[in-house]
Design a protein around this ligand. Structure first.
Ligand SMILES: *[C@@H]1O[C@H](CO)[C@@H](O)[C@H](O)[C@H]1NC(C)=O
Ligand SMILES: *[C@@H]1O[C@H](CO)[C@@H](O)[C@H](O)[C@H]1NC(C)=O
Length: 181
């Protein structure tokens, strides 16, 4: 959105940012805002008339690779046949961790959907487990992702497994998702 080249002190200007994903990434994108502050004369004599002071601010955008997910619905047979296709050890990332929150089926399903994956019903033979699927769309490629989350109710722990066609994506998704439960 075009805006005035100057913003008054204390005023706000809204900007819409459109983010495109060329390829998968691990770190949130940084938006660098460069601007100059125009200062009037002050008593210290630094600015005898007006002086402009260049500023640069780095803003980390709240955008991670899961923002580019499209949920995928599929039945048990397709899920597990794709699961087997992604059986190269580099394609799998697994984490075992203690639950930070009470283990609640509906809350967990909402978190999985909120992350961008589908929450597939009747796919895992164990009804306590969660499975999900999605495709990450990037300009360079589409990355199919499968997820399985197995709670251990007695120990209040989880085992989270991500399988995708790209090693770095499996790793990053596993890190981002594991901190939510
Ligand atoms: C992303 O793709 C656009 C359009 O294809 C291109 O102009 C841009 O340079 C690419 N950015 C990076 C970081 O590769
Ligand atoms: C923004 O400011 C930084 C720090 O002063 C500088 O390194 C960078 O080149 C500037 N970028 C632009 C596009 O002017």
């Amino acid at each position: 959105i075009p805006v005035d080249s100057t913003v008054d002190a204390g005023a706000q200007v809204q900007q819409l940012i459109n983010v495109e994903c060329n390829t998968s990434f691990d770190e949130a994108p940084i938006l660098i805002v460069n601007f100059t502050v125009l200062k009037g004369p002050n008593s210290s004599g630094q600015c005898r008339w007006y002086c402009s002071i260049p500023q640069s601010i780095s803003l980390k955008l709240p955008v991670m690779v899961n923002k580019f997910f499209e949920q995928t619905e599929m039945g048990s047979q397709i899920f597990f046949s794709r699961w087997k296709l992604l059986s190269n050890p580099a394609q799998e990332e697994q984490k075992i961790f203690k639950a930070q929150f009470p283990i609640d089926k509906e809350v967990n399903k909402a978190k999985i959907i909120g992350f961008g994956l589908s929450s597939l019903e009747g796919v895992d033979p164990n009804p306590d487990n969660y499975v999900g699927a999605g495709v990450i769309h990037t300009k360079a490629m589409q990355i199919g992702c499968l997820m399985r989350l197995e709670p251990n109710l007695q120990a209040q722990m989880y085992r989270l497994t991500l399988r995708t066609s790209k090693e770095s994506v499996s790793k990053r998704l596993c890190e981002l998702l594991s901190v939510q439960f």
